[in-house]
Each structure stands twice: as structure tokens, then as C-alpha cells.
Design a protein around this ligand. Structure first.
Ligand code: URA
Length: 187
């Protein structure tokens, strides 16, 4: 068994927090598990993700995919993961304890995938990864250099679906991600 297979195995048997009780599937991520320059990080699986065992396959994921296709992102350039790997009941925000229990799995993924850019989709991801006290409306669309990564926080696509007025900013932020990606790939 290689390192990645062993990681999947351990995730599938994880009982580090109470979310394990409710899950149908542990949602590891989406994309090819190999080094690539960009990683999107969401909050946690929703209903469809829990059923299908893959990240961002529900309505929010469809919006994300639409934008990634429109902006001509190459799927081999990115990997998509979440802060927590099991669906919180009623899609509630994961608690700090659940986030802390799950973060080591994400850290392994980041080490394995070796992205240069981390895009935090929504406040939960941005708070867990960048700064617990940040306000997503204040930091979205900026590039924050931390720990050797370029971190770009933006809205969660589900928030964009709920509030149309966020669409243009979300689009602009994704364009910024594409620009940073092109810069990094040219180096
Ligand atoms: N929302 C998330 O944050 N992640 C998913 O995988 C799906 C919806």
C-alpha cells in the first residue's frame, strides 16, 4: 500500500470526532492525488457529497465547476478538498473541535499535493487556515502569503447561490486565482 492509499484507509476508519457517527462516506476530495499548483478548500461535505463520496458534486460544486470551466482552468492544475471530511448534520458549520480533529488529514493532503496556492472557499476554510478572527467580507479577493503558500480567500459558492450580489466578486476572485496560477506556472 502506498502513502496515499494508507491515508485513505485511515480516513475511512477515522472516529476522531462525532461526525463519523452520521456519515455515509468520508469525503477525501476531488482530483488526481498528485502534486499540482492549486488547491481549493471548502467547508465540509453536504448531502450529495456524503452520498457520492466526492467533494463539491452538489449545487455549490456545479457553480464552482461552471466558473472553473468558463475561466479555462485545467483540471490537472487543481485539487479540491474540505476542512472536514464528514458531513455535519443539517449542513451546520463544523465546530472548532471537529475542525481541529480533522485538520491533520488536510495537512497531509497539502503536503502530498504540494500546491503553491490555497483558495479558501468561505469563512470556515479561511478562518481555519488563515486567521480565526478574520472577516471573509474584508479579506476576500486578497492574496495572503503565509507559511510558504499564497492564500486567496473568497466566498463559498453556496453563499453565492444564496446571495446573487456576491456573484461578481466571486467571479473577480476566481480571475485573480487564475492570474496567480499563470504567474506561478511561468516561473
Ligand atoms: N460545500 C463544501 O464546503 N464542500 C463540499 O464538498 C460541498 C459543499
Amino acid at each position: 500500500m502506498n502513502e496515499w492509499e494508507d491515508f485513505i484507509n485511515r480516513c475511512n476508519n477515522c472516529e476522531k470526532c462525532g461526525l463519523s457517527v452520521y456519515r455515509k462516506n468520508v469525503v477525501i476530495g476531488r482530483g488526481t492525488p498528485k502534486p499540482c499548483p492549486l488547491m481549493f478548500i471548502g467547508e465540509g461535505p453536504g448531502e450529495q457529497e456524503d452520498i457520492q463520496g466526492e467533494a463539491f458534486v452538489g449545487r455549490a460544486g456545479k457553480l464552482l465547476d461552471l466558473l472553473l470551466t468558463a475561466l479555462e482552468f485545467d483540471p490537472s492544475d487543481y485539487y479540491i478538498a474540505n476542512i472536514v471530511k464528514c458531513r455535519p448534520p443539517e449542513n451546520r458549520i463544523p465546530t472548532q473541535d471537529e475542525v481541529s480533529a480533522c485538520l491533520p488529514w488536510l495537512r497531509f493532503q497539502v503536503k502530498y499535493i504540494k500546491p503553491s496556492i490555497l483558495v479558501c472557499l468561505g469563512a470556515t476554510a479561511a478562518k481555519a487556515i488563515i486567521d480565526r478572527d478574520l472577516k471573509i467580507t474584508q479579506v476576500r479577493g486578497t492574496c495572503i502569503e503565509k507559511g510558504g503558500y499564497v492564500m486567496i480567500p473568497t466566498y463559498h459558492p453556496a453563499a453565492v447561490l444564496r446571495d446573487n450580489s456576491k456573484r461578481l466578486d466571486f467571479f473577480r476572485d476566481m480571475k485573480l486565482v487564475k492570474e496567480k496560477l499563470s504567474e506561478i506556472k511561468q516561473r
